[in-house]
Design a protein around this ligand. Structure first.
Ligand SMILES: [Zn+2]
Length: 244
């Protein structure tokens, strides 16, 4: 049976069983297979892969693996697709679709100004279609989801806690400089704009209006934000995350 030698680098090893990590191992295949297929067959989602070398030469996902090939697979340090997305469009257009388990991460991304939708209990295929149609980066801890062929922008979130997940996404996509804090509603993802204090008189207690000068309102749900203690706490959270 034809066989190829694979070695995975850096954090791609997280996806492999312990006895295959950081070392060369053999993969057998009966029919001719693309390198993408074989990479996913050992458990590594293609969206995590950036560079593939076959016998020392850079190849694409479509490369058909031959008997005896040596294949080296490197992770996404910064997603190429995401970089081009960011380069060609204003930075605020870095949009996310978080799966239903990542609502805490989604709130923090909104806090930082990133347009982030949380998926309902949509079927996987529908989720993938939506991410592609709306130009959103799919955030998930579900490896199967990232293996969908049509998916172009996806990120496997490794951390378990929302704040650490937030730091991870900022770091891996190099987004710290693109944050626009307090421009988006953390509850509904609507755009938040500054408003005069008088305009929110009916939504804000008098005592709050007396003490604060800056107010902003969500164009989606109407929620009013002001620069109070909550706002300061959020600022601290963002600053800590960005400097991590
Ligand atoms: Zn809102």
């Amino acid at each position: 049976m034809p066989e190829a030698h694979f070695r995975f680098y850096e954090e791609l090893n997280d996806f492999l069983p312990v006895d295959r990590r950081r070392q060369e191992f053999r993969v057998f295949f009966e029919e001719t297979r693309s390198v993408k297929h074989l990479i996913e067959s050992v458990g590594v989602p293609h969206t995590e892969v950036e560079i593939i070398l076959a016998n020392g030469e850079s190849v694409g996902f479509d490369y058909l693996v031959r008997d005896g090939d040596f294949v080296s697979v490197y992770p996404v340090f910064e997603l190429l697709d995401v970089r081009s997305l960011v380069r060609d469009a204003p930075l605020r257009d870095t949009r996310f679709l978080a799966d239903a388990h990542l609502a805490g991460l989604a709130r923090r991304l909104r806090m930082a100004g990133f347009d982030t939708v949380v998926a309902d209990a949509e079927a996987d295929a529908a989720l993938v279609r939506r991410a592609v149609a709306e130009g959103r980066i799919l955030l998930t801890r579900d490896l199967e989801l990232l293996k969908h062929r049509e998916l172009t922008h996806g990120l496997y979130v490794r951390a378990l806690k929302p704040l650490e997940q937030f730091r991870e996404v900022l770091l891996r996509l190099d987004l710290a400089a693109s944050m626009r804090p307090f421009t988006r509603c953390t509850v509904c993802n609507g755009a938040v704009d500054d408003v005069e204090a008088a305009a929110v008189a009916d939504r804000v207690p008098d005592a709050v209006r007396a003490r604060h000068a800056r107010f902003a309102r969500c164009g989606g749900c109407g929620r009013v934000y002001w620069e109070g203690s909550h706002w300061r706490r959020m600022r601290e959270v963002l600053a800590r995350a960005a400097s991590a």
